[in-house]
Write a protein that binds this ligand. Structure first.
Ligand code: GFB
Length: 311
């Protein structure tokens, strides 16, 4: 093990989000002292506010899970927000962490950092070898900047900062708003409401042919803790399930789990985005980690969560 969390003060930045919340849950068994701060107390886009809070709190380790996130339409509609907010959040937290001597920091990115037509499965060294997918290039550029910040502070100051690139995530606490969400929560909600209303059809955006790799957020949190403890190097690490499905196959799975028996129709005015982004899992498997939640089981428990908590 390269880094022990036991007894350490650990800041989970973005604890109200799906990923940050899962990391907080996962840290409960690590003996760490988890610290968090609400958006009303500290605006993570404000350098002085972030610096002040980090100086006061003095975390030993940081999980940088705070970000402005959203699905394909939100990314395409609000490019300035996705670029500016995510650049500021990453730069402020990484710089403040360096100033107070944070021992270890883990930055969370996204599989959309890779070129639109990267060779599949996508290896870590595909980064910056081609053009990005236009619907999410703004978010991707901010996330690439975050990886480069972590690498730059490692190179210049010897800081132990690492980066993790999760695939498309889903699970409890996801955003189920149909305009801003990712595909998985959108389809679960659409199928659920269509069933309740007795609709004849459910609408899927785009052609249904793009392929996506899905990982349950609790598996992602487990991988992040594993890497925080066991990985210390320059290159980012992919975190995925190793399998992908078409959007149409996913829709059929969702309809089965929800019990919606109607038709599937396509809204071709909506974008498909990247045709495929299956990440290579070789590196993280070599580091001794693999996922444990199967897509069907994760989907069913996420649907249960939606029924229990509402949207
Ligand atoms: O999950 P999603 O919004 O994001 O969409 P991306 C994935 C695929 O599902 C696209 C299709 O081909 C969508 O057209 N899709 C079908 C739907 N029906 C729906 C629906 O009702 N809602 C949504 N949202 N999609 C995002 C990036 O890309 O993924 C982010 O924009 C980030 O930057 C994130 O990387 C993980 O996988 O296309």
């Amino acid at each position: 093990m390269t880094y022990a969390l036991n007894g350490k003060r650990v800041w989970v930045a973005g604890h109200r989000g799906m990923v940050g919340g899962a990391i907080v849950r996962r840290l409960a068994s690590e003996g760490a002292v988890v610290v968090t701060v609400s958006r009303s107390e500290v605006d993570l886009k404000d350098p002085a506010a972030v610096r002040g809070w980090v100086e006061k709190t003095e975390p030993a380790a940081v999980f940088l899970a705070a970000a402005k996130v959203g699905g394909i339409l939100a990314n395409d509609s609000f490019p300035a927000d996705f670029l500016y907010d995510n650049l500021m959040i990453a730069a402020n937290i990484i710089e403040a962490s360096h100033r107070v001597g944070v021992e270890k920091l883990l930055f969370l990115g996204s599989s959309c950092i890779y070129p639109k037509f990267a060779e599949q499965p996508i290896r870590e060294d595909s980064l910056l070898t081609g053009s990005l997918e236009p619907t999410n290039e703004w978010y991707a550029i901010a996330k690439i900047a975050g990886i480069k910040l972590a690498q730059a502070y490692r190179k210049q100051y010897g800081a132990d900062y690492i980066s993790v690139m999760p695939t498309n995530l889903y699970g409890p606490g996801d955003n189920f708003d149909l305009n801003s969400s990712h595909v998985m929560p959108a389809l679960i909600r659409k199928a659920h409401e269509a069933k309740l209303r007795g609709d004849k059809a459910v609408t899927v955006w785009g052609t249904g042919t793009p392929r996506r790799e899905f990982l349950h957020v609790d598996d992602c949190a487990d991988a992040c803790v594993h890497l925080m403890k066991n990985y210390s190097d320059f290159e980012h690490v992919n975190v995925g399930s190793g399998d992908d499905v078409t959007i149409l196959e996913l829709t059929q799975m969702v309809c089965d789990v929800v019990g919606f028996k109607g038709e599937i129709v396509h809204d071709l005015t909506k974008p498909d985005g990247t045709p495929r982004k299956l990440m290579s899992a070789d590196k993280i498997r070599g580091l001794g980690w693999k996922p444990s939640i199967k897509l069907k089981d994760g989907l069913a428990s996420t649907y249960d969560w939606l029924k229990a908590h509402g949207v």
